[in-house]
Design a protein around this ligand. Sequence first.
Ligand SMILES: Cc1cc2nc3c(=O)[nH]c(=O)nc-3n(C[C@H](O)[C@H](O)[C@H](O)COP(=O)(O)OP(=O)(O)OC[C@H]3O[C@@H](n4cnc5c(N)ncnc54)[C@H](O)[C@@H]3O)c2cc1C
Length: 232
Amino acid sequence: MEFTADLKEIIQRTHDVKSFRFNRPIGFDYKAGQFMFVTITVLGERVRKPFTMSSSPTEKDHIEFTKKLTGHDYSNVLDKMVVGDIVDIDGPYGSLTFEGEYDKIALLSGGIGITPMISICKYCADAGLDTKVTMIISNKEHQDIVFGDELDKMERGNKNLKVVHTLTRAGDDWQGCRERICDSMIVREIPDYKEYMFYLCGPPVMIDSMVSILDSLKIPKSRVKQESFVGY
Ligand SMILES: Cc1cc2nc3c(=O)[nH]c(=O)nc-3n(C[C@H](O)[C@H](O)[C@H](O)COP(=O)(O)OP(=O)(O)OC[C@H]3O[C@@H](n4cnc5c(N)ncnc54)[C@H](O)[C@@H]3O)c2cc1C
């Protein structure tokens, strides 16, 4: 579906990540984990880029995407947008989706690759699913964790949700994991990992690394879904 939408809310998530919300038009149906193309005018030209919905299909009044602000041209135009500004949207697309079809899912993300995972998590909570969800979220520093408060709240209210943060450049005060996502972390945090469906999202280099880790753990390719944020 293609439509023009005006910005109804902008949420500063971290020092360099913002969410952009629009009214959800009637007929815009999507699955948790899908993405859409957002077209804006950048230096006089229409430029179109893909962004995953960080909202859940259960949120009827709005759709949202969440962008890491990179300092590049497209990003700078978005960063300067204000409520009432207009974008063109085309979607939904993508197959990194969850609709309740697996009993146990592991969501492994790096950086802004959290966006499909937060959509899936919200969907599970709102739809009252008893799916067992384990998230392993990798970032550099504490200040880079996007949706940290939302995830804390969801984890407190849902015994089936486990959230593990790992920070590769953590300060001395960080009590949690400090490694990159690796085989021993998966075995430790998800002892019954062989029963899980794995969802991977992040920069291409991270996806490659996680695919080979899962391969070394003898997880069949049919139990791995992935989205690479090319251009990230
Ligand atoms: C299916 C899908 C879903 C996505 N979902 C999201 C999402 O939810 N949130 C999100 O933030 N992003 C998402 N992305 C990525 C997004 O589409 C953009 O590619 C990303 O945000 C970077 O866009 P940009 O305009 O800020 O940077 P770009 O200008 O596209 O830069 C991207 C990278 O290219 C390199 N680069 C660019 N210009 C130069 C230059 N002049 N010289 C050297 N190197 C350069 C840099 O390494 C830079 O980091 C998704 C991508 C895909 C494919």
